[in-house]
Design a protein around this ligand. Structure first.
Ligand code: ADP
Ligand code: ZN
Length: 605
């Protein structure tokens, strides 16, 4: 029996989506709701949650109701379904009443398979729905909005438990990508589906390469950002900043360099934000510099990189924000810059916040992540209580595992300089003293006269920075937040200074790290194709999208274009057989894309 159902499901998957097999857990979830049971589905972003309720909707009579918190998400989903030839619609406040009314008529007539609706609208509207409306299932997307513990709490969500009373025989499926443990526990309780079967996918996003760059100066930061943007060959990305001012500055720097970048933050008018989001979705803007306000409504599958210009305030936000990269499963990069200044700024926010103890603890955890000398993915997944006990091979630590060196003398040089300045200097001044800088304020303070002046000149500024950071982590020095962030020596540090405790440090090596990473990134892209052909296919996609007023990724994801570039289909049937190409898209697009391939091959003979 299940075999038949599975075969039917796979046929629909190929017909409407062009995929040949399910992602992990998708079939299990489908099987569960098709037998009438409720389900709670926890999958990371890009894990394929939509298919979990869309295939059951296609397999069943009647219409599936999908509760979604944001207009932009609904629109995106409906557009994607329509592009694949699945009859879907959204009832919302942007339609006028007669449009909404007509949509309902079509639902009654059995012509719509998926109806998207906001929670408040559903709650007010369902009372008037006649009992002959045939509902196949109710899917509650972004189900973490139900939890007060989470970051996107929506009070309307807490009333959704009435759904089970009103439609007792209709299976309810709740879906979320939130990895937060408290939120997870809340969902089935609050929705009144205690018997729901729980599906938890791994929260690992193996295609996202994790990188952290510590204590990079402002100027270097910009060049590292540009390095990453350029290595993605025109790929889109998001840069998260701590303040609006940072956002504006970065946008204008990048724009001045010729990049298509735009700002997004809460201080901008609504229509401007709307415009930026839309242009980013449409590939008209390559880079969005944003405060955390950006991203919730973003389903864009071809975000190639996410940069944190400053350290985020906790692991939950970090995970959610990097998760916007690489939804199409292709290699993507998450780069976080981490500096002492960030920690200080975040620490003062945390102190002033309502739940300061919790927030400070969370800040410590992300700081540990940023400073880690073990595989970052291990720390990330363990934080979310997922067991992960190997090295991932796709983070900066794995790419260049730390080499241990005897750091006793390095520490002693720094400590002795700290003592001789009367513990009255911060990081930058200390490094300048050690490297023998002639900066005016250094000379004015007489620091060029102390015995340790210049003893560390053979190490770079970046190397000293890295070693001082390690000394801080190891508890050899401390930063006195109450004393202008001056460096103080701990009792352990005094032992090190007098030679009582030897110290091991991880060797600093900036260059190596990046070479290995570049190589790795190449190797992880398995498809082989000409970049020039890929670029032509992208142009075609862009032109088709413009003509239809939809986002390019709704036509084909980057991955599908790569598959086309690699397989070079020249006929309709070859085109139709490829990954990610279903019936409707074959009919609509085979001519355009195959002729691009044919022309390309002719001109490159
Ligand atoms: P989520 O909502 O969990 O973030 P989506 O439903 O948007 O994920 O799916 C992420 C991407 O993976 C989409 O481009 C989707 O079309 C694709 N996808 C989903 N299921 C499959 C599958 N079984 N095979 C191939 N691609 C899939
Ligand atoms: Zn790793």
């Amino acid at each position: 029996m299940n075999d038949i159902l599975r075969r039917q499901a796979l046929a629909l998957l190929k017909r409407f989506y062009g995929y040949t097999d399910f992602y992990p857990l998708q079939w299990e979830v489908i099987d569960c709701v098709m037998s009438g049971k409720d389900a709670v589905v926890l999958m990371p972003t890009g894990g394929g949650k939509s298919i979990c309720y869309q295939i059951p909707a296609l397999l069943s009579d009647g219409c599936a109701i999908v509760v979604s918190p944001l207009l932009s998400l609904m629109k995106d989903q409906v557009d994607a379904l329509l592009a694949n030839g699945v009859p879907a619609a959204a009832i919302n406040s942007t339609n006028n009443d007669s449009v909404n009314h007509e949509i309902l008529e079509q639902v009654y007539a059995g012509r719509i398979k998926l109806l998207y609706i906001s929670p408040e609208r559903l709650l007010s509207e369902m009372q008037s729905w006649a009992s002959d409306m045939k509902i196949s299932l109710i899917a509650i997307d972004e189900a973490h909005c139900i939890s007060q513990w989470g970051h996107d709490f929506r009070p309307e969500y807490t009333q959704l438990s009435v759904l089970k009373d009103r439609f007792p025989s209709v299976p309810v499926m709740a879906l979320t990508a939130t990895a937060d443990r408290l939120t997870r526990q809340d969902i089935s309780k609050q929705l009144g589906i205690p018997e729901a079967q729980l599906f938890i996918d791994s929260f690992d996003r193996p295609n996202i390469e994790l990188r952290v760059a510590a204590n990079v100066s402002g100027k270097q930061k910009l060049s590292r950002i540009i390095e990453l943007i350029d290595s993605s060959k025109g790929g889109c990305g998001i840069i998260y900043c701590l303040s609006r001012k940072n956002v504006e500055t970065l946008t204008s720097r990048l724009t001045a360099l010729g990049y298509k970048a735009a700002s997004y933050h809460a201080g901008l008018p609504n229509d401007e934000r709307e415009r930026v989001q839309q242009e980013f979705l449409n590939d008209d803007i390559q880079i969005v510099c944003a405060t955390i306000a950006f991203g919730m409504g973003i389903n864009k599958s071809n975000v190639r990189w996410v940069i944190h210009n400053n350290m985020p305030k906790n692991m939950e936000s970090y995970y959610q924000e990097i998760g916007r990269a690489g939804r199409d499963g292709l290699p993507a990069v998450a780069l976080m810059f981490y500096s002492f200044g960030d920690v200080q700024a975040l620490m003062s926010f945390a102190h002033d916040s309502g739940q300061s103890a919790v927030n400070i603890e969370k800040l410590h955890r992300i700081q540990q992540y940023a400073e880690s000398t073990v595989c970052r993915r291990r720390i990330l997944l363990n934080y979310f209580n997922e067991r992960y006990d190997r090295d991932c091979g796709n983070c900066d630590v794995c790419a260049a595992p730390p080499e241990r060196i005897d750091g006793t003398i390095i520490c002693q040089m720094a400590l002795s300089a700290v003592i001789r300045t009367g513990e009255k200097v911060g990081f930058t001044m200390l490094i300048d003293i050690l490297r023998g800088s002639r900066k005016a304020d250094l000379v004015a303070a007489g620091f060029d006269k102390i015995k340790t002046y210049g003893v560390g000149h053979d190490l770079s500024f970046a190397a000293w920075n890295a070693y001082l950071l390690q000394m801080l982590q190891l508890g050899i020095i401390d930063v006195a937040y109450e004393d202008s962030n001056h460096i103080h020596i701990t009792p352990y540090g005094r032992e090190v200074l007098v030679g009582k405790s030897p110290v091991q440090l991880s060797k600093f090596h900036y260059e190596n790290k990046f070479n290995t990473q570049a190589k790795q990134l190449k190797e992880s892209t398995q498809l082989s194709f000409d970049d020039a052909l890929f670029a032509l296919l992208k142009e075609t996609r862009y032109a088709l999208a413009k003509a239809q007023h939809i986002a390019p990724y709704l036509i084909f994801s980057d991955k599908v274009l790569q598959v086309i570039a690699s397989n070079r289909p020249v006929s309709r049937s070859e085109f139709a057989s490829l990954y990610g190409i279903g019936e409707r898209k074959t009919a609509l697009y085979w001519r355009q894309f195959t002729s691009v391939v044919i022309n390309y091959m002719n001109s490159n003979k």
